[in-house]
Ligand binder design. Structure first.
Ligand SMILES: O=c1ccn([C@H]2C[C@H](O)[C@@H](CO)O2)c(=O)[nH]1
Ligand SMILES: [Zn+2]
Length: 153
């Protein structure tokens, strides 16, 4: 058993059904008139809170925000935090994999034992985004850690 799974088990398995329901509620708020492909995402944070997001499209199609983008905004607006568990659904309520860009967005805010529900069961962040680029690859030391709310004037 990989170390990340061991840690997750010690902290108690996430309530996947509650996360799925939160993702469905978020999906129902999607603004997807162009693709007609609503998406909802929900995340359990390390402090036990659940945050969610939906996709928000734009007449300039390429400006579309994926559900994960608005979810990350919610994490920050709620005071920060790290993701322990993640669940994303499409309009049918079926589990959906985050796109590549969103895997990178989520990686920034991962708890060390973060897991994601996928069509092939529960996976670790490293399994869905191996050899990820992250703050560790930047030369400069980052001014704040991603689990805080920031607070600079
Ligand atoms: O990870 C993903 C992948 C796609 N979408 C949205 C973007 C677009 O609005 C619609 C179709 O691509 O699905 C997300 O919200 N998250
Ligand atoms: Zn995406």
């Amino acid at each position: 058993m990989p170390e990340s799974t061991t840690t997750a088990a010690r902290r108690g398995d996430p309530d996947w059904e509650a996360l799925r329901r939160a993702a469905v509620v978020a999906m129902e708020k999607a603004y997807a008139p162009y693709s007609r492909f609503p998406v909802g995402a929900a995340a359990l944070l390390d402090d036990g809170r659940v945050v969610s997001g939906c996709n928000v499209e734009n007449a300039s199609y390429g400006l579309t925000l994926c559900a994960e983008c608005t979810l990350v905004g919610q994490i920050r607006m709620g005071g920060g935090g790290l993701i322990r568990a993640f669940y994303c659904v499409d309009g049918d309520g079926s589990v959906l994999m985050p796109c590549g860009r969103c895997r990178q967005l989520l990686y920034e805010f991962r708890a060390p034992d973060m897991v994601l529900m996928t069509g092939h069961g529960v996976k670790t962040m490293d399994e869905v985004l191996p050899d990820a680029f992250g703050p560790q690859h930047l030369e400069e030391v980052r001014p704040e850690s991603p689990d805080g709310a920031g607070g600079e004037a």
